[in-house]
Design a protein around this ligand. Structure first.
Ligand code: CTP
Length: 406
């Protein structure tokens, strides 16, 4: 069992399903996990803390201070101690607090401090479950990278029948177990990903940019983190954030800033994946005041070349390092991609064509062909999440080869 030796926080909130959490704690302990139970004050109305401290072998934490000793329970230390946190049952109220950062009890405070993956097993009446507020809060938790263990359908405490019954403890343990036993083939690898557009300033209110949203690069960064890599994402201006909390994001604006960050980090990188749509040119001068409309004169903007980040890394590349580029093309796709592979000394280039429906900027899908020096693999239209998996499968293969060449 992959739970052996894992530190798991079990958070219990005030719902009838709290009685099932005693079994959950028992099963986790039987799997070899160390369990620390945290209860909200309301949870104690539903199940007795003594039951849980006996099953877990540790005093249950519920308050910020132990009343008789004045001992302070550090949510920060608990957050760092945990390999995973499971909130089961999670009531609509606690889900709302977690989604919105309302840290008025030990459980939510610890949740906000937790660096480890968090699993949430909702339990509530079917109408509460279906309420737009609950739906929105659960979607928010998902967007933070939390894992939602969907409630089952069946008879609820209200005797109504519908969705809202907390998943059985055996299945919650299975969800945790499969999370920890997933293959993590990129463990120990340092991955750097560039993503999004770059903005090249013209004056304080204007810039030259492009339509890149960064979705593909963020999906790759998330997937690499899921596979165990230490990921740094160097991101141009985008509206999205990684789903995996362990991805380190470095926000930049211009190609020059992206170049500086990439160059300073490349030495300690094993795999660099360049998905950013970098502007090839920038205004030679940035006006320090807004350029005003002139009556007779049309302003001219002189451009200068930006550094080619991928090509610069290609020059610095050591044996064993892997450099992957992207090519978004509109014509002569394969020839252009292969030319970039050579010119920038890449090990792999991922080509997508604007001629393919569903590929390119802003979509949630992509259709790619992966070129290495001696092979080409064409894939059908897939979600960007699936495409990220395909790309990382190819990179893992190349990494194995690079390891052999070392
Ligand atoms: N790239 C980069 N720095 C640049 C331009 C591009 O790192 N200044 C990277 C991109 O992130 C991508 C690859 O190089 O991985 C190819 O980008 P693309 O814009 O297609 O290449 P260019 O060399 O700019 O060619 P084109 O003439 O098609 O714009």
């Amino acid at each position: 069992m992959s739970l052996n030796g894992k530190h798991i926080i079990v958070g219990i909130t005030g719902g009838i399903a709290a009685y099932k959490t005693a079994t959950l704690v028992r099963l986790l302990v039987k799997s070899g996990a160390e369990v620390q139970v945290i209860m909200t004050p309301n949870a104690k109305e539903f199940i007795c803390p003594v039951t849980l401290s006996t099953l877990s072998g540790k005093p249950v934490i519920s308050e910020f201070f132990t009343a008789n000793t004045g001992q302070w329970h550090s949510h920060v230390d608990l957050g760092l101690w945990a390999d995973a946190m499971v909130v089961a049952p999670a009531t609509a109220s606690t889900i709302g607090k977690m989604a919105n950062g309302i840290a008025d009890n030990m459980l939510v405070t610890t949740y906000l401090s937790a660096k480890a993956p968090v699993f949430v097993a909702p339990a509530m009446d079917l109408d509460m479950m279906a309420h737009p507020s609950t739906t929105r809060n659960i979607a928010l938790l998902r967007s933070y990278g939390n894992h939602i263990i969907e409630p089952a359908e069946g008879e609820l405490a209200s005797h109504l029948i519908g969705k809202g019954r907390m998943e059985e403890p055996e299945n919650i343990v299975k969800a945790l177990d499969s999370f920890f036993s997933e293959r993590r083939p990129l463990a120990g690898k340092r991955v750097m990903v560039t993503a999004g557009p770059t903005y090249e300033r013209i004056d304080p209110v204007r810039f030259i940019g492009n339509y890149s949203t960064g979705k593909m690069g963020y999906a790759i960064a998330d997937e690499a983190a899921r596979r165990g890599a230490t990921v740094t994402l160097i991101s141009g201006p985008t509206a999205i954030r990684p789903k995996e909390p362990q991805v380190e994001v470095i926000d930049v604006e211009s190609a020059r800033q992206m170049y500086d960050q990439c160059i300073s980090r490349f030495g300690e990188t094993d795999i660099a994946i360049m998905t950013a749509a970098v502007a090839d040119y920038a205004p030679a001068e940035v006006a320090d005041k807004k350029i005003k409309r002139e009556k007779d004169e049309i302003p001219q903007i002189t451009l200068v070349k930006n550094p080619d980040i991928a090509a610069a890394l290609g020059k610095e590349k050591r044996p064993g390092q892997i450099l992957v580029g992207f090519a978004l093309e509109t014509n002569d796709e394969s020839a252009n991609a292969l030319d970039k592979l050579e010119r920038k000394n890449l090990d792999m280039i991922v080509m997508n064509s604007l001629r393919d429906a569903g590929a390119g900027f802003g979509t949630d899908t992509n259709k790619i062909t992966v070129f290495t020096r001696d092979a080409a693999k064409e894939y059908p239209l897939k979600s960007k999440q699936e495409v990220a998996c395909d790309i990382l499968d190819n990179i893992a293969q190349a990494a194995d080869c690079a390891q052999c060449d070392k």
